[in-house]
Design a protein. Structure first.
Length: 343
């Protein structure tokens, strides 16, 4: 029996889309024993609830871009050899990667082993891993119509990968406004600190707060009855179904709220390579009228106060009703077609 190998490591921004595609294919009738999942220690945190064969590997990760791989090529090829043995033993014929440092290994092996390659990019500006991976023959599924930093001839724009179990809420309580606050899959101390400052300086006792602080993130305790705090939520339906507005980072996960029709105040990450894609993601959603960008406490305070002082007409202040379509069906259809061609 030929299998599908999913390469996905690191944060939830990489692993959760891969997991969602696996679950969708399984729902479409692909048996769970036809999958293997290749990940790392961090990726394992998001895979506890799926019964798939998982290989946890310690693979070299360059902190110096392409030069790091060049000067440490022996570590790179050692990892390639190890993964190649797994692919041979498991009889893999289709390969999917969602980026990060494992994507170049996945794409290189797909080329030398003549395995069909699918790449999924969740951000508008691809990271180094998917940039390198897109050099090799395959299909790059993108979440944005003009994704940058990938080989354009490989690109197929399909829309973001969404957890299809998430439901668009139609019965929000109009008499009780709820603000959601989160910093992405890993949380954000910057967002936690900005929100705490706002909360202590302004009287918003009539606003319900649902706050996901992130595992291991420090946050001063708030004991008010309108405030609920979690460090992590497994079932995000319990979060999204209750909130009218969200404060968040602008990683690939911000498309999830946009897909559900939840307006957002986005605070892009400002450091390192992640800053480029977060700003571009946020600008795309702001241009569609699905979000507003803030870059300081003063901008956050001004935006929230304007909304909270105009709750009868708050959506019309910054937002409109544009719709984000998910890419799940197009992705699973292409992979299913490849599976059926093997039969």
């Amino acid at each position: 029996m030929k299998k599908i190998a999913i390469f996905s490591v690191g944060s939830g921004g990489h692993v959760i889309p891969a997991k969602n595609i696996l679950n969708d294919l399984n729902d479409q009738g692909v048996p769970i024993d036809r999958f293997i999942f290749i990940t790392d220690k961090r990726g394992m945190e998001y895979l506890g609830d799926i019964k798939v064969k998982i290989f946890k590997l310690d693979i070299y990760r360059s902190n110096y871009g392409l030069l790091g791989y060049i000067f440490n090529f022996y570590k790179f090829f050692k990892a390639i050899y190890k993964v190649r043995q797994i692919l041979i033993k498991e009889n893999v014929s289709i390969l999917l990667t969602t980026g990060s440092y494992i994507a170049p290994i996945a794409s290189f092996l797909s080329y030398i082993m003549k395995i069909k390659l699918f790449i999924q990019e969740q951000n508008i500006y691809a990271g180094l891993g998917n940039k390198i991976a897109s050099i090799f023959p395959g299909v790059v599924f993108t979440s944005y119509p003009d994704t940058k930093n990938v080989v354009k001839r490989r690109v197929l724009y399909v829309g973001p990968v969404i957890n299809k179990s998430l439901l668009k809420s139609k019965n929000l309580n109009k008499n009780e406004f709820t603000l959601g606050v989160q910093g992405g899959s890993q949380g954000s101390e910057e967002i936690n600190d900005l929100f705490y400052e706002y909360y202590t300086k302004n009287d918003i006792s009539e606003i319900n707060i649902l706050h996901i602080t992130g595992k291991g993130k420090k946050f001063k305790k708030i004991n008010d009855s309108n405030y609920t705090q979690h460090d992590f939520i497994n079932d995000m339906n319990t979060y999204y179904s209750k909130i009218h507005l969200q404060i968040s980072r602008s990683g690939g996960g911000s498309l999830e709220a946009a897909y559900l029709g939840i307006p957002q105040i986005l605070i892009p990450y400002k450091h390192g390579t992640t800053s480029s894609h977060q700003l571009l993601n946020a600008q795309y959603l702001e241009n569609l009228g699905l979000a507003v960008i803030v870059n300081s406490y003063e901008e956050l305070e001004e935006t929230l106060n304007k909304i909270f002082n105009n709750l009868d007409n708050w959506r019309n202040l910054y937002f409109n009703e544009n719709i984000i379509e998910s890419g799940n069906i197009k992705i699973t259809d292409m992979i299913l077609k490849e599976i059926n061609e093997e039969l």
